[in-house]
Design a binder for this molecule. Structure first.
Ligand SMILES: [Zn+2]
Ligand SMILES: [Zn+2]
Ligand SMILES: [Zn+2]
Length: 349
């Protein structure tokens, strides 16, 4: 994630800010420009950049009414929702304040995902606009057993199918998610990680499934025509194969080629976003040839990106250990995994 400064007073701003804490002016993210801007009222509920000039903007409805977004829409566009919120198909019952608080966390993670996808010039097409190729999100809460007369209701499963990403609202509850992480013996489980992983499945359908050169993808990730249900059942029954860490970024990636693609996709975006944050903050590292600045991963060759990541990963984990916290990136990028990341980078390109 980039970091931003207030156009009005120069104070530091973060991606989620709605107000400059230094000068009090209104802040909005301009998705077309990929930046945060300071805004001033321009009449009729519209906004303009501080100092005037340029386009007029309107707040996304989820900014104006619900307070779970800070993205702006050009005033000449008819859209009610910004490009990130337009992807929502189902949101929880927000008359319940607890559910609304969890939804707000979902939105924060989803907006970060959308920022990175836009930065990569990947299309954000709402399913409401293109049923066949579009993307939609369903944020669903498990049925409340108190109203279910003792039957055991179906739990909501987080996953992707035909352009619909479903995320169980409970994943936004830190205590619940941490328990699931421990129960499933995972070293990493975050809301943002879910968004990245499931978006990988969606973009497989968009970028790979119907591609004439799909055999090139199969040569790297395996043959996805392997029975998926059977493969995942075997994974949960038997665990990953011996020596999985040489070939797969996580144990789950070993379950099936689709999961390998989605896990590699998620890690690709973990790496890009973290490096972008460090580069934007001016972080320098000590290398063999002296001190060097971390480079913007969106514009530099992928070999540099991987080199920077190998160095930053160690710093990142060391900083957390100093605070008595677990490693934020408890994974090893083996040469085979680096080759998959590089393939994915080239394929997206
Ligand atoms: Zn300011
Ligand atoms: Zn929005
Ligand atoms: Zn998956």
């Amino acid at each position: 994630m980039n970091f931003f400064t207030c156009d009005h007073c120069g104070a530091r701003l973060f991606f989620e800010n709605t107000t400059c804490l230094s000068c009090g002016c209104t802040i909005g993210f301009l998705p077309q420009e990929g930046r945060i801007a300071s805004l001033e009222p321009a009449g009729n509920g519209l906004w303009q950049r501080t100092g005037g000039g340029g386009l007029l903007w309107r707040k996304c409805r989820n900014y104006e009414v619900e307070g779970v977004c800070n993205w702006m829409i050009p005033a000449h566009e008819a859209a009610e929702y910004c490009p990130a919120c337009a992807l929502n198909r189902t949101i929880p019952d927000i008359s319940d304040p607890a559910k609304k608080a969890l939804w707000a966390k979902m939105e924060a993670a989803k907006h970060r995902l959308c920022y990175a996808l836009l930065r990569h010039r990947l299309p954000l097409i709402p399913k409401s606009v293109d049923e066949a190729r579009g993307l939609a999100f369903d944020f669903l809460a498990d049925p409340d057993p108190r109203f279910d007369e003792g039957r055991s209701p179906d739990r909501i499963l987080t996953g992707h199918q035909n352009g619909v990403i479903t995320i169980n609202l409970a994943e936004a509850d830190d205590a619940v998610r941490e328990k699931m992480r421990l129960d499933m013996r995972e070293v990493y489980r975050t809301l943002l990680g879910h968004f990245r992983h499931e978006s990988g499945h969606y973009f497989w359908d968009r970028l790979v499934r119907d591609h004439p050169a799909i055999d090139e993808v199969r040569a790297v990730f395996g043959d996805e025509r392997l029975d998926y249900g059977e493969a995942v059942r075997r994974h949960y029954a038997e665990g990953p194969p011996q020596g999985w860490g040489e070939r797969f970024v996580t144990p789950y990636a070993a379950a099936h080629p689709w999961e390998d693609w989605a896990e590699t996709w998620a890690h690709y975006f973990h790496i890009l976003d973290t490096l972008e944050s460090a580069a934007a903050q001016g972080v320098h590292l000590m290398g063999e040839k002296g001190v060097y600045p971390l480079r913007d991963p969106y514009v530099h060759p992928f070999g540099d990106v991987l080199d920077d990541w190998h160095a930053l990963r160690i710093v990142l984990n060391s900083l957390n250990r100093s605070m008595g916290l677990p490693d934020p990136y408890p994974f090893v990028i083996s040469p085979a995994i680096a080759a998959k990341l590089r393939f994915l980078h080239d394929w997206i390109g």
